[in-house]
Design a protein around this ligand. Structure first.
Ligand SMILES: *Cc1c(COP(=O)(O)O)cnc(C)c1O
Length: 381
């Protein structure tokens, strides 16, 4: 059988070992050191924010952002529904209640219409959310102007979960820089990886200092370990930050490569009636972290799950679109606001979507294998 083609495998630049060796030679084998400081500066400079804090995961970055915004027990936080569960879990860690907001069709991200409705409902019940977590799915930026306008009007801060959209832009500005805080992830399948890691970015240097303080067990200025608040062990290792620095050097190349993968899918599959591609909103550039298609059940006989299973049997990894959080068993009974009551966009995308292999190290031959197999499977009615 042919080698397995993965959804989004790590792709090293070749320079990682240099930074790792430096860490070893200087014995900075710790969750602090020159690579951590340099990675923070280099990423902040890339994103165009005043600063960045390197952390052990993207989830940790969301957790710290919400903690810094003083999300506490009994509070509510609005969150995109169509996303990976890591966007919402930290809300629960802090004892707060998530309220889920549907997607809209042009970006697949948070619907400003649904968000407005959620705010009106919150106002009527006398409890505004402490924060809004806006996710940029599969590299596509959400409608940040519209969402920020609403959040500003209600005076509620935005945490931009850009775990999947590092390198993307919205109206020329880097994705992840539109909220009070932005979050990136360097998990193994993300566009660049440190094997595991995350970054919190902001223009508020004081808040980032506080983030680093909380991320190192919240030690007060004292020789004898003294603590006045509860902290976390969330800093990034100096070795992994070295991997991150080398990966960041090739980020723009990776964006180009991801976009080229997407273009080849459009060339190879774009003529199939009922097969649509994830849109790219005008004025935005998506990093196309994953190439995603939808299959119209009225025009295509094969269901998304059947296609994914068939691909798997061919040693090709494909996945459904994220299962919306408002229909996850763990979040049963949580409030949800639809884009349109007669068309829950996130549920429709879950029911029809397929994420295709999108690795930047995937060869042309491998992608041809994927395209040809999909063409064979999808027989028009
Ligand atoms: C990957 C991801 C995260 C979490 O990042 P980790 O580094 O794996 O903790 C959060 N949100 C979204 C949308 C993600 O895709």
């Amino acid at each position: 059988m042919a080698d397995r083609i993965f959804l989004s495998a790590p792709h090293m630049s070749g320079n990682e070992q240099k930074y790792i060796n430096e860490a070893f030679e200087t014995n900075w084998i710790a969750p602090l050191g020159p690579n951590v400081n340099a990675f923070e500066e280099e990423l902040a400079s890339y994103a165009g924010t005043k600063g960045a804090a390197a952390l052990s995961s993207g989830t940790a970055a969301i957790h710290l952002a919400l903690d810094l915004l003083e999300v506490r027990k009994g509070d509510t936080v609005f969150c995109s529904s169509l996303t990976f569960i890591a966007s919402a879990n930290p809300i629960v860690y802090l004892g707060a209640e998530p309220v889920f907001i549907d997607s809209e069709p042009e970006t697949w991200n948070m619907s400003p219409v649904a968000l407005e409705r959620a705010f009106r409902d919150a106002e009527a019940t006398g409890q505004l959310p402490k924060a809004v977590v806006v996710v940029n799915l599969y590299g596509q930026s959400a409608k940040m102007d519209e969402l920020n306008e609403i959040c500003d009007r209600y005076g509620v801060p935005v945490v931009e979960d850009a775990a999947e959209s590092l390198g993307s832009t919205y109206k020329g500005q880097k994705s992840g820089t539109f909220g009070k805080f932005g979050v990136y992830s360097f998990n193994g399948n993300k566009i660049i990886t440190t094997s595991g890691g995350g970054m919190l970015v902001s223009n508020d240097i004081e808040e980032l200092k506080r983030a680093r303080f909380l991320a190192t067990q919240a030690r007060d200025q004292a020789k004898h370990y003294q603590h006045s608040v509860v902290g976390y062990n969330y800093r990034m290792s100096n070795i992994l930050a070295g991997v991150g620095r080398a990966q960041l050097e090739v980020l723009d190349q990776r964006v180009e490569a991801k976009r080229a993968v997407f273009e080849r899918y459009v060339e190879g599959l774009g003529d199939i009636e009922g097969l649509e591609f994830m849109p790219e909103l005008e004025g935005t550039i998506s990093n196309r972290w994953l190439s995603v298609i939808t299959l119209d059940p009225d025009k295509i006989k094969v269901a998304p799950y059947a296609l994914i299973d068939a691909l798997d049997a061919e040693n090709i990894e494909a996945r459904p679109v994220w299962k919306p959080l408002h229909i996850q068993p763990v979040f049963e009974g949580k409030k949800f606001f639809a884009h349109d009551e007669s068309d829950v966009v996130s549920e429709r995308l879950f029911a029809t979507g397929v994420c295709l292999p999108s690795g930047t190290a995937m060869t042309l031959e491998e992608q041809k294998r994927v395209i040809e197999f999909i063409r064979k499977q999808i027989k028009p009615l």
